[in-house]
Design a protein around this ligand. Structure first.
Ligand SMILES: Nc1ncnc2c1ncn2[C@@H]1O[C@H](COP(=O)(O)OP(=O)(O)OP(=O)(O)O)[C@@H](O)[C@H]1O
Ligand SMILES: C[C@H](N)[C@@H](CCCCCC(=O)O)NC(=O)O
Ligand SMILES: [Mg+2]
Length: 251
């Protein structure tokens, strides 16, 4: 099988990119794919409970990206491969660019692009999560828009379902298209339990005004933190076989 990748963008920070990416990764694995995960540059990182760990390349990690941890746990990637998933973990609830500046960290942008494509080449299907909304500053003059365009992967956009979500979804899709990012589908992550009529019409209008399919709408997950339970729950809202066909153009 050709090695494939999907990039995950969102209409905003906290819209559920990590939550949905973890679920999609678990579904892909359950569907028989070997799965890679990349959160190339992360802010909001926190100190490791044990302070310092080393990955398999003996890279010293003082900080843990919670997003990377969640993605790793979703598909069983061991701690020793943390550097593969997340080369840069930066402290502070800021854009990665600002977080890097504040910490005096130099990010090798070209290497981040190379690294991501290298991971994509090692697994059947690799998911690449950005940070925040599509234009979040990454490093120097580069934003996640530049990065997502550079890796040239088909893209799923995560949207909320609240009032205002049509506008956010359309603007994000149009901006992505204008910058050479191929959004293939939208997943609505309805964490606020929007009134069902509003949610239904928002989904219809997102499809109408973006010309893209909404491949699923997730309500808040309130079950236990058990992999198989969450996977079963996710499958009742997202048809993964159909999603891979739509996004990856499987025949
Ligand atoms: N469907 C859901 N059910 C329950 N909790 C959810 C759901 N979606 C997201 N969350 C929770 O909402 C919070 C924000 O989600 P998440 O971290 O996935 O956002 P994000 O888009 O990845 O943000 P960032 O821009 O920081 O990467 C997290 O605590 C996550 O567990
Ligand atoms: C701090 C957040 N958690 C996120 C970055 C969000 C940046 C938002 C920038 C903006 O659009 O104002 N970082 C990350 O996903 O690694
Ligand atoms: Mg995230």
């Amino acid at each position: 099988m050709k090695q494939l990748g999907i990039s995950i963008i969102g209409t905003d920070t906290d819209v559920g990119k990590t939550f949905v990416t973890g679920l999609l990764g678990a579904m892909a694995q359950d569907d028989g794919f070997s799965v890679g995960m990349v959160k190339p540059v992360s802010s909001s990182a926190v100190p490791f409970p044990e302070c310092i760990t080393m990955d398999e390349d003996n890279v010293r990690n003082d900080l843990e990206s919670k997003d990377a941890t969640y993605l790793m746990q979703s598909v069983g990637i061991p701690e020793s491969r943390r550097h593969e998933v997340n080369p840069y973990a930066l402290a502070g609830d800021y854009s990665p660019r600002l977080a890097a500046e504040l910490a005096d960290v130099v990010i090798d942008y070209d290497d981040v692009v190379r690294h991501t494509l290298d991971v994509v080449s090692r697994y059947d299907l690799t998911f690449v999560e950005g940070a925040g909304g599509i234009t979040t500053p990454l490093y120097g003059d580069k934003t996640f828009t530049d990065f997502m365009a550079a890796i040239e992967l088909p893209t799923i956009m995560i949207a909320d379902g609240r009032l205002g979500s049509i506008n956010r979804a359309v603007l994000t899709c149009e901006y992505a298209k204008a910058h050479g990012i191929f959004v293939k589908a939208i997943i609505v992550n309805d964490t606020t339990l929007v009134d069902p009529f509003l949610l239904k019409t928002n989904i219809e209008d997102m499809e109408r005004y973006t010309g893209l399919p909404v491949a699923g709408a997730l309500p808040p997950y309130q079950g236990p933190n058990i992999h198989s339970v969450r996977l079963g729950w996710g499958r009742s809202f997202i048809d993964s076989e159909q999603l891979w066909k739509t996004v990856l153009d499987f025949r």
